[in-house]
Design a protein around this ligand. Structure first.
Ligand SMILES: [Zn+2]
Length: 488
């Protein structure tokens, strides 16, 4: 086969794409921009983006996983969305990314965010958890319509893609989850969308949905999305105070019958733990365990306030803890004992939680705070940067039961990859890449985001979302939503 090497004019911040044109391939160039015939534009379920069958990343500092050494002048060959080869080698491919010595690492994974809340950002600041929920978050969730859910999901995905998050688990609300699925499908991200269950009107009446109805809706979601390659459904009873025991039990049974993950909030704040104890006579984790919400398929966000016997339960059942350090600080909840959990062998992952209590969906920020927040309590040696990166990559993958697919850069795994700027002023000269990623770099240092072998972010722009249109639409939908909710 004859190859002609041409075009190196993508002026991305420090990274450039070269295109090696095969005379047998059918590329066309329009106004200097690369178009891969039949790929750019609508694709599959409304999905857009830059996809090629074969992509080579070369001239990179390749960091395959948190426990590995960095491979200098490394390369990664991606074929059909998966990593075909990784190491130091020379190869040719349809498209080549010259990483120019920047760091190439696994995409970050956030296991607890709320796509549906992103559009509420800034609306409920400096409040206690329960009034924050009841006076703002729940009325706004109850007022969502399909268009506001879609705008909120796309706004979230744009931030995730720009900040190097390649897969996530989201906690949606009690209605319109199909519109979040559709929006995420179009962005190219991988995700687990959790449909929220709340049957207890003491939570918030307008969001209360009978369990049968909520699970019938999950049936519909499964019918539509079960076969999707990048998206999955999880079942998410909101938390012990918003759900009856029967609701939580049925949710667990439903999820297990179908091999779905269970997702809930637990032991975020002391008043919540005390109320659960008052109502059930048990500590929160103990109560959840008693009604079937424990095990490796159960993902508990927060776990800030736990008793020794509850921690033992988490370990015995291998229940998963989703750590949201920024939210825990902003809502004054406390510091989750993550190093202690890790020492016990628990699987930990990170998440930004909802934008109204953070306010960013920024995995770099979460890593930095996760690392820093433990030091005054346990000393500077605890939770070293490599461990933090492991939590934000492999921890997330294992939690989402995607451990064979992502979280590391191994041959055969999905090509969920980010390129992180090592020319950024805040890291120049440092070859401690773990420290760079956790403490030195920030989300805006992500140069390229690749999911499933498809480039979702390059040259400072997202390939699958029209961001200008999104800004307009998000402002419009937010205004209408707040009017419907009666919140100024
Ligand atoms: Zn949450």
């Amino acid at each position: 086969m004859e190859w002609i090497e041409v075009f190196i004019t993508k002026p991305m911040k420090n990274v450039r794409i070269e295109v090696i044109l095969s005379v047998f391939n059918t590329y066309t160039f329009v106004l200097g921009k690369l178009h891969l015939n039949g790929v750019v534009g609508k694709n599959g379920a409304g999905e857009r983006g830059t996809a090629v069958e074969e992509l080579l990343i070369r001239n990179a500092m390749v960091w395959p996983h948190a426990g590995a050494e960095v491979i200098k002048d490394g390369s990664i060959l991606i074929r059909d969305g998966r990593i075909a080869k990784i190491g130091r080698f020379k190869a040719r491919a349809e498209s080549v990314v010259d990483a120019e010595g920047n760091l190439v690492m696994p995409g970050l994974i956030q296991t607890h965010i709320h796509l549906c809340q992103t559009i509420f950002r800034g609306a409920a600041e400096d409040l206690q958890l329960l009034p924050w929920l009841k006076n703002y978050i729940w009325p706004l969730e109850a007022s969502h319509d399909p268009a506001s859910i879609r705008a909120s999901a796309l706004l979230s995905c744009a931030e995730l893609i720009r900040g190097g998050t390649t897969a996530f688990m989201s906690f949606e609300t009690v209605r319109h989850t199909e519109h979040a699925f559709q929006a995420v499908a179009e962005t190219g991200l991988m995700g687990i969308l959790s449909h929220c269950l709340m049957d207890e009107s003491s939570g918030y009446g307008p969001l209360a949905v009978a369990t049968d109805d909520a699970l019938a809706y999950c049936d519909d979601l499964l019918e539509e999305w079960e076969e999707h390659d990048r998206l999955r459904l999880a079942v998410a009873p909101r938390f012990a105070l918003a759900c009856t025991a029967a609701n939580m039990r049925e949710a667990a049974e439903y999820a297990r019958d179908r091999g779905l993950l269970l997702h809930t909030h637990a032991s975020e704040q002391i008043p919540e733990v005390e109320l659960v104890r008052e109502q059930t006579g048990l500590f929160n984790i103990e109560y959840l365990d008693s009604i079937g919400l424990s095990g490796p398929d159960v993902c508990l966000a927060h776990c800030v306030h736990t008793e020794t016997h509850e921690r033992d339960l988490l370990r015995e059942k291998d229940t998963r803890v989703l750590h949201c350090p920024s939210t825990n600080l902003k809502l004054g909840s406390g510091v989750a004992p993550i190093p202690e959990y890790l020492d016990m062998g628990l699987t930990i992952s990170i998440g930004a939680d909802g934008a109204p209590c953070n306010n960013r969906l920024d995995a770099f920020e979460e890593m930095r705070i996760a690392g820093l927040v433990q030091k005054p309590r346990l000393g500077p040696e605890c939770f070293p940067a490599k461990e933090v990166v492991k939590v934000a990559t492999e921890g997330g993958a294992k939690t989402l039961w995607w451990g064979d697919e992502m979280g590391r850069l191994d041959e055969g795994m999905r090509a969920n990859i980010i390129i992180v700027d090592q020319n950024a002023i805040s890291v120049v000269g440092s070859e401690n890449y773990a420290a760079n990623v956790v403490y030195g770099n920030c989300a805006s240092d992500v140069l390229m985001t690749i999911v499933n072998g498809k480039i979702l972010f390059e040259e400072g722009r997202i390939t699958t979302i029209d961001e200008e249109e999104l800004r307009r639409e998000a402002r419009k939908q937010r205004k209408k939503l707040f009017e419907r909710a009666g919140i100024a």
